[in-house]
Design a protein around this ligand. Structure first.
Ligand SMILES: N[C@@H](Cc1ccccc1)C(=O)O
Length: 477
């Protein structure tokens, strides 16, 4: 048998002469709380030395309204007194309790109403509810109705009765060692050396301890923290911006033509909201219509400010980049944004309608396309992806454009977003002259690979077991 603690032994010794007792009596005998007695009793029960019987009793208390009716009768009873054999409804309606009483008089069938006159239906003996109201006790048939009418409230009380078993009694009869025992050594015991003679409680190395689940960062949150830390260490400052952006910033300022398929309703979440174009919008219009003062010919046709004013859930984080550039205008700029973006995607293991992007821009007098590739490689290396390659890509706002890919064991080359050097059509309307390197990388997909997941949806599911069992990611690693 497992070693008993001193508390269990003392409980058995107190219980043996009584055979059976409530927690109150035992708490008194042991000089402890009833909660502690219940705990010791359950431990004894685990070893078959005691039985614990739990009973719950419900008691009822009258609400102030219930108290009033207990003295004066339920409203329908009080009103019935006034009805006599019959009374005009008008009189009943004038009664102070009419709002509650008339309904119940009819519901209980105590009166019938004919041609504006209420007639009493003979003698009405006290109902179950009226009997229970006098002294509500568990099990009375009228209780449910009184609870429904808020005339009484219920409260549950739990009590434990503890009984010693034959095995428990045999143990007590054989004699139990009740010397004080030490469970945890204190600093004083160690310093004074009294631990040498202490009666140490034995414990079993075979018993698994209770698992605890301390709070920790969500694995995906950990990856995002990591990304942020890497960018800060690379000397970038963080840009922040709204999730709701006007199409002007999400598309037009990025030289995305107004008839571009990505702007369609089925690809983008449009909001029933409009925002006026910012000062300087005419430059963007000119670029779209004929290329403004640049060597570009623009997209041609008419640029419609109403389309640009429509608000969308940002489809990428690039509007934050252009807005930051417009606010800064002069080099040097090294900034990043880490944020959620929204697209009308059908949900499958590698596509979700919302996901995170890592946006970055570098503006300086002499930065080049090669610097861009260097920044991307450096970032991916810091994230633990050493094999990076670049495929030519296309975006309306960059030239040249690339799509970086990283190699993942078992998956091959995985495409992770886009990058390039901002076109003149994007920078010229704002008088920006220095070259701007820009990228927007899918971070959810990267996180999925980093966390060894095969399904993007897992990142956003509240799968408590996965979250609990996953090692801590990021800063705390
Ligand atoms: N915004 C692009 C990525 C990108 C950003 C910046 C420059 C070039 C490409 C996307 O969402 O896919």
């Amino acid at each position: 048998m497992a070693d008993l603690t001193l508390n269990e032994k003392r409980l058995l010794v107190a219980l043996a002469p009584l055979g059976e007792a409530g927690t109150g009596a035992l708490a008194g005998a042991l000089g402890t709380t009833e909660a502690a007695v219940v705990q010791y009793a359950h431990l004894c029960a685990d070893s078959g030395l005691a039985e614990v019987v739990r009973t719950t009793t419900t008691t009822y208390a009258l609400t102030p309204e219930g108290e009033d009716y207990r003295k004066n009768g339920l409203p329908e009873r009080q009103m019935l007194e006034n009805v006599g054999d019959s009374a005009p409804m008008r009189d009943l309606q004038a009664h102070p309790l009419s709002r509650i009483g008339i309904g119940w008089l009819r519901k209980k069938g105590w009166i019938t109403i004919r041609a504006g006159v209420a007639e009493r239906v003979g003698e009405v003996p006290p109902g179950d509810d009226e009997i229970a109201l006098q002294d509500p006790k568990e099990g009375m048939p009228g209780i449910a109705d009184l609870l429904k009418r808020n005339l009484i409230t219920a409260s549950e009380e739990t009590a434990w009765q503890i009984r010693i078993t034959a095995a428990g009694r045999a143990l007590v009869d054989a004699g139990l060692d009740l010397t004080e025992e030490t469970g945890t050594l204190t600093r004083e015991q160690i310093i004074s050396g009294s631990w040498r003679t202490a009666n140490l409680r034995r414990y079993s190395l075979a018993t698994p301890p209770k698992r605890i689940w301390p709070g920790k960062t969500h694995p995906y949150g950990g990856v995002l923290d990591d990304v942020r830390r890497i960018l800060l260490e690379m000397g970038f400052e963080e840009m922040r911006g709204e999730i709701v952006q006007s199409a002007f910033w999400d598309f037009d300022a990025l030289f995305q033509p107004q008839d571009h398929p990505a702007r369609e309703m089925q690809d983008t979440f449009y909001l029933d909201l409009a925002e006026p174009c910012p000062p300087g919008w005419e430059g963007v219009r000119d670029i779209h219509e004929h290329g403004g003062d640049t060597s570009s010919t623009g997209w041609g046709g008419r640029w419609d400010p109403a389309k640009a004013e429509q608000c969308v859930l940002r489809t990428h984080t690039t509007p934050l980049s252009i807005r930051h550039l417009v606010a800064t205008r002069r080099p040097p700029v090294k900034a990043f944004a880490l944020g959620r973006v929204y697209r009308r995607e059908a949900i499958d293991p590698t596509h979700l309608p919302e996901f995170e992007q890592l946006e970055g821009i570098v503006m300086d007098e002499d930065v080049t396309f090669r610097d861009l590739l260097g920044y991307l490689k450096e970032f991916y290396a810091a994230m633990g992806f050493d094999a990076v390659r670049f495929r030519p890509g296309y975006f309306p706002y960059t030239e040249p454009s690339v799509e970086p890919e990283v190699r993942v064991d078992g998956l091959g080359w995985v495409e992770l977003g886009g990058a390039g050097v901002f076109r003149e059509e994007v920078t010229a309307p704002w008088g920006i002259e220095a070259p701007v390197l820009a990228w927007g990388l899918g971070i959810s997909r990267l996180a999925m690979l980093r966390l060894g997941l095969r399904d993007l949806r897992q990142l956003y599911r509240s799968d408590i077991d996965w979250i609990r069992d996953h090692p801590v990611i990021g800063r705390e690693e």
